[in-house]
Design a protein around this ligand. Structure first.
Ligand code: PXG
Length: 461
């Protein structure tokens, strides 16, 4: 434990402002306000250095699926540190935890996905995807197949390739992105782009955009299509039921690899082990991270199908890897995490019991005059704030109202994320129904308070 464990909030904030650059943050604005310093956590709750308690409605950053305070994971990591704190998986070596973890992951993933390549995060997983699918086609004698098609408003990470695959305009503006040979098509966001047509028709139209783009750039140049089964950071965008079957058909018809980015959806978030199970997707590759270790230690990976594995084998050396590929301590933590999920039947319980309750509570929000739409699946939810119910009417300035609502929730003891004016929920999968009630009671109070400030003209129109 460091020396600052009992330091005052103010002194911690000052030191943080001096030496710590935060992700996705306007440093000047943050340092004026001061960071919230989180000190400890247990179950679904967090405490800050002023002893304020929060229900963590975001499971950290969509990752602490088994909740905080799991001694079993800590012990597994500690024991592994004593046994073998580090060794690499290059140069024809391996170690027991990574071997066991790989076999375990492949028992859980959809049929035909039987090999795992490791890295430290979801971003690295997607960087690996880019190199891997291009190497695959090259090994198959089709080096021209390089283009990867992704979607606007997708999130695939923050590294050069991850941010390029992602479809976030503000990220592309910084640092000259996207890198070459990445294309973006429309997202299947019915509320935003398809309000005047049925969800089913819109889903087909959004999927057809993939076929159109393949035809424009030439299938002989396209390596893969990548997508999150449900967009997370984009605002919990659940595609219409018609979307994935059509995407699947197009990928098969044009011989394009299908990559499911399961970084958020994987490991129970959608109520099944993978988003691909929930939406009957048959991916050729899957990016995983977050719930793989419930965030206790950083680990990610790419799970590949037998078809891709065979192609890669043809190509000889795959010149790619990280010092921490298959890190033994992270692998041990991930294994302990999966063991907990299996023993406590966390995914089954989330899918069969918690998710129906959570979704029912979420849907009730749609009646509120300040809510334009609710959307969700499994243990993912979004409450779209809107000045009226006329459709995709937004506020004058995207995000102001959402941030105000997020701050109100935080004051009231709930961590909720704002994506523009959508309030996002993705709680730990071990939340109880009573705690779901508590979560929605606070969310309701916070939306109500924000609505009143909006009506009084205190917040932007
Ligand atoms: N793919 C998806 C689908 C993600 O959601 C990544 C890849 C990248 O993973 P790493 O481990 O490199 O962060 C993510 C990450 C947010 C937020 O504010 C979301 C993520 C990360 C940070 C913040 O919603 N998702």
């Amino acid at each position: 434990m460091g020396n600052l464990h009992n330091a005052s909030t103010e002194s911690l904030q000052q030191l943080d402002a001096l030496h710590h650059l935060h992700p996705f943050t306007d440093t000047v604005a943050l340092n004026k306000k001061g960071t919230r310093v989180i000190k400890r956590a247990d179950g679904v709750y967090l405490w800050d250095t002023d002893d304020n308690k929060y229900l963590d409605g975001m499971a950290g950053l969509w990752c602490v699926n088994v909740g905080y305070g799991r001694k079993e994971i800590m012990q597994a990591a500690f024991q592994q540190m004593q046994q073998l704190p580090y060794y690499n998986t290059f140069f024809q070596t391996s170690h027991p935890p990574v071997i066991e973890l790989s076999a375990r992951i492949c028992e859980l993933t959809p049929e035909g996905l039987n090999r795992v390549f490791y890295c430290g995060s979801g971003s690295e997983a997607n960087d690996t995807v880019v190199r891997m699918v291009r190497h695959y086609w090259s090994s198959m004698g089709k080096p021209g197949k390089k283009i990867i098609i992704s979607r606007e408003n997708a999130y695939h990470g923050s590294t050069m390739a991850g941010a390029s695959l992602g479809g976030m305009g503000p990220m592309h503006k910084q640092g000259g992105l996207p890198i070459p040979d990445i294309e973006h098509i429309m997202q299947p966001h019915w509320y935003k782009h398809g309000f005047s047509e049925s969800e089913e028709d819109f889903g087909l139209r959004a999927a057809k955009a993939l076929q159109q783009r393949i035809e424009e750039v030439g299938a002989e140049n396209v390596a893969a299509f990548i997508a999150e089964p449900v967009q997370g950071a984009g605002g919990v965008i659940v595609p219409p039921s018609t979307y994935w079957p059509e995407i699947q058909r197009i990928c098969k018809a044009f011989n394009i690899l299908l990559v499911a980015d399961e970084v958020i959806c994987g490991f129970g978030r959608t109520g099944q082990w993978f988003g691909s199970d929930s939406f009957q997707i048959e991916p050729d590759l899957m990016a995983i991270a977050k719930g793989l270790s419930s965030g206790y230690l950083p680990i990610g990976g790419v799970v590949v199908s037998d078809r891709v594995a065979e192609g890669l084998e043809r190509g000889g050396d795959f010149n790619h890897g990280y010092t921490y590929s298959g890190h033994p301590v992270c692998a041990a933590a991930a294994l302990a995490n999966i063991e907990i999920m299996q023993r406590e039947r966390i995914v089954e319980n989330a899918g069969n019991t918690l998710a129906p309750y959570f979704q029912e509570r979420l849907a009730r929000f749609a009646e509120h005059p300040f809510v334009g739409q609710t959307r969700g699946t499994g243990m993912l939810g979004a409450i779209q704030l809107s000045p009226d119910k006329s459709g995709n009417a937004g506020f004058e300035k995207d995000g102001d109202i959402g941030s105000a609502c997020r701050d109100a929730a935080s004051e009231n003891g709930l961590v909720m994320r704002a994506v523009d004016d959508a309030m996002i929920l993705s709680p730990p999968l071990i939340i109880t129904t009573d705690q779901i009630d508590e979560l929605f009671a606070i969310a309701e109070r916070s939306v109500e308070a924000t609505w009143q400030r909006f009506q009084s003209g205190e917040l932007g129109s």
